[in-house]
Design a protein around this ligand. Structure first.
Ligand code: GLV
Length: 305
């Protein structure tokens, strides 16, 4: 059964601002990607008939939620189904950075492999090492399960979670940074978490520690990270997210052997992306029917006043 007419942006790259504002005019529902900034201007350009915004992502920092809520427009996201894929990738980055996988591959391709040597490309161990999770929501907890399987000790810091949460020890941020051999970021990007990872944060990490970010690029101050990596104040970093995205090719981070960068693909497994599309469509269709979204990030829009 046909539920609605659909217009799909045909470009490989996201619509520019002018196209976005023009194309949304008159739509009843909007299914957007995390590359689309949705704010008052876009919502007003759509018009008063707009019933729903459905984000094809779990993170919604590309949407100014207060602008949508003020207009009583429900915003949907895709939680849960991407937890395992994202945690798998976060753990892949932990392992790749620790064992210098991408650096080793570049070494082979550059013709530098001359012999087996006892101290060639030495990396970090996992068993007995401490993994500190900054943010202990669904994805942080899934990373913890993987780390326990590798014989690691896990600490977490999450001001939103009670200490007994998940039977793992909560730590203050300072304790976590002082004790962790690996620090993995799993917080949403909010005004409180923007540039949480700054020079002071990095200075509190062990010089042998590895930083992994699969959350959002804006949580990290990239200038501070560059300085810390160059000065060897930490051992390595692995980032799936940067600010901006894509990372400009002249970014100094791309000159560093000890900084692995992936193009925001943590949830990019075939089944996960199918499921995300399905959930995003379900949210959109529910909104168009005037029903409550299965996954709504601003449920205040449903309250009476
Ligand atoms: C991906 O980054 C997402 O938020 O779904």
């Amino acid at each position: 059964m046909q539920a609605c007419d659909v217009e799909v942006w045909p470009g490989e790259l996201p619509p520019g601002r002018i196209d976005l504002v023009q194309k949304v005019a008159g739509v009843d529902g909007l299914l957007c990607l995390l590359t689309d900034k949705i704010d008052a201007e876009v919502l007003d350009a759509a018009g008063p008939q707009l019933k729903v915004v459905s984000n094809h992502a779990v993170g919604v920092d590309n949407i100014v939620l207060s602008d949508a809520t003020e207009r009583r427009i429900p915003v949907g996201n895709t939680p849960g189904i991407l937890t395992d894929a994202t945690a798998d990738f976060a753990f892949a980055l932990v392992m790749a950075a620790a064992r210098r996988v991408t650096e080793a591959e570049r070494y082979v391709r550059a013709g530098k492999w001359q012999t087996w040597g006892p101290s060639v490309l030495l990396g970090a161990d996992f068993v007995g090492a401490t993994l500190g999770l900054v943010g202990f929501g669904r994805i942080g907890r899934a990373v913890a399960r993987r780390a326990v399987g590798f014989g690691m000790r896990v600490l977490y810091h999450d001001p939103g979670k009670t200490p007994e949460h998940g039977a793992l020890p909560a730590a203050s941020l300072d304790e976590l940074l002082a004790e962790s051999d690996f620090v993995s970021i799993h917080t949403p990007l909010t005004e409180q978490t923007r540039h949480l990872v700054d020079a002071r944060f990095l200075a509190k990490m062990k010089p042998t520690a590895i930083l992994v970010n699969t959350a959002r690029g804006g949580v990290l101050n990239q200038v501070a990270l560059y300085d810390a990596l160059v000065a060897k104040r930490i051992f390595a970093a692995a980032l799936d997210v940067t600010d901006p995205e894509p990372l400009p090719m002249d970014s100094p981070l791309l000159t560093l052997e000890n900084c692995l960068i992936a193009p925001h693909i943590a949830s990019a497994s075939a089944r996960t992306r199918d499921e995300m599309s399905r959930l995003a469509a379900e949210n959109l269709l529910a909104g168009l029917r005037g029903e409550r979204l299965p996954h709504c990030v601003n449920p205040q829009v449903y309250s009476a006043d």
